[in-house]
Design a protein around this ligand. Structure first.
Ligand code: PBG
Length: 329
């Protein structure tokens, strides 16, 4: 008779919140979270990004304040994106010592010192008038090797302005090696590189292109970013970046690429970051605004899933909010 009843009852460990907390396999901590921040040159007031409710293009002042709040909430780091007042074909503002990213870096490092990790996205798309991540040839192609020289110069400009980590996101072949050599040559041998190694040509970047004002004026990024159909290729990209000197690697986007996060985590022994991108953010905010999902629960679930897949670090626009929530539990 008793054989009809289950001996193993997984529900026993799910009975109370305290039991569930005790046996949770995955934990998020504020220090796992990295907050992306946008700073725009020449703004008088912070500007809300329409497609990303709660996210702003910052002035230098509001950037400082928002960075402070994030650090107080305990986030692990910040990553900075700049929108220059003037763009040109080669992205000159990107390595101008007075460019917006370099100015913001000097202010933030003076203000926050080593109390947090200040990272910089390293790419040309925010700085070029055509919105592409590299130098465009007369036939409209992205010139890989000419672009590497620009990335090397941006890396040194960001290093001189005080960045703690450079994060190349342009998906040019050889970018990590070129940046490593440039940094070493300029004496920045101890400056780490967080490589956006497995970065997909994704529709989920849509809202970011409003925030960073970098939608390409023609063509797309499919000749350098990865095809969403490919998984093995990610490992090739990650291993190449490690060979070239990457200190940490990233998978991007996160939510639709959890299989890639897991495979990368299992294949390497360096910190793995995952970027919960603008479209992932916008979808949850929009559905919550309509009352179709529970906003906080969905945010928390989306992040624990990324952590469970194996990410050590998560870049998320909700970093400050979630860090506060985690600390108050
Ligand atoms: C390139 C870059 C992009 C994002 C981060 N770095 C845009 C792109 O590749 O088109 C997207 C981030 C997001 O969507 O939140 N500088």
């Amino acid at each position: 008779m008793s054989a009809q009843f289950p001996v193993a009852r997984p529900r026993r460990l799910r009975r109370t919140p305290a039991l569930r907390r005790l046996v949770a396999e995955t934990r998020l901590a504020p220090a796992d979270l990295i907050l992306p921040l946008f700073v725009k040159e020449g703004l008088a007031e912070p500007q809300p990004v329409a497609s990303m409710p709660g996210v702003h293009q910052h002035t230098l002042d509001s950037l400082r304040k928002t960075a402070h709040e994030a650090v107080e909430a305990g986030v692990g780091g910040l990553i900075l994106f700049g929108v220059p007042a003037v763009k040109d074909a080669v992205g000159s503002a990107g390595d101008d010592p007075d460019g917006i990213v370099q100015r913001a870096l000097r202010e933030l490092t003076a203000e926050l010192g080593d109390s947090t990790v200040i990272m910089t996205d390293l790419c040309l798309d925010e700085f070029t008038d055509h919105g592409h991540c590299g130098i465009v040839t007369a036939d409209g192609e992205i010139d890989n090797d000419a672009t590497l020289e620009r990335y090397a110069s941006l890396a040194v400009a960001q290093a001189e302005a005080g960045t703690h980590v450079v994060a190349p996101s342009g998906m040019m072949d050889g970018q990590v090696a070129a940046i490593r050599a440039a940094l070493d040559g300029a004496g920045f041998t101890d400056l780490p590189i967080l490589a956006y190694s497995a970065k997909y040509a994704s529709a989920y970047y849509g809202p970011f292109r409003d925030a960073a004002e970098c939608a390409p004026t023609f063509g797309d990024r499919a000749t350098h970013q990865q095809d969403p159909a490919n998984a093995d290729e990610s490992l090739r990209e990650v291993l190449a970046d490690l060979d070239e000197g990457a200190d940490m690697v990233m998978v991007k986007p996160a939510g639709a690429y959890l299989d890639i996060v897991r495979r990368v985590r299992d294949a390497v022994d360096v910190p793995v970051a995952a970027y919960q991108v603008s479209g992932e953010y916008a979808m949850i905010e929009a559905a919550a605004e309509k009352g179709w999902i529970d906003r906080e629960r969905t945010i928390d679930e989306s992040l624990v899933a990324i952590r469970r897949a194996g990410a050590n670090l998560i870049l998320t626009y909700w970093a400050t909010e979630v860090a506060r929530r985690l600390s108050s539990r």
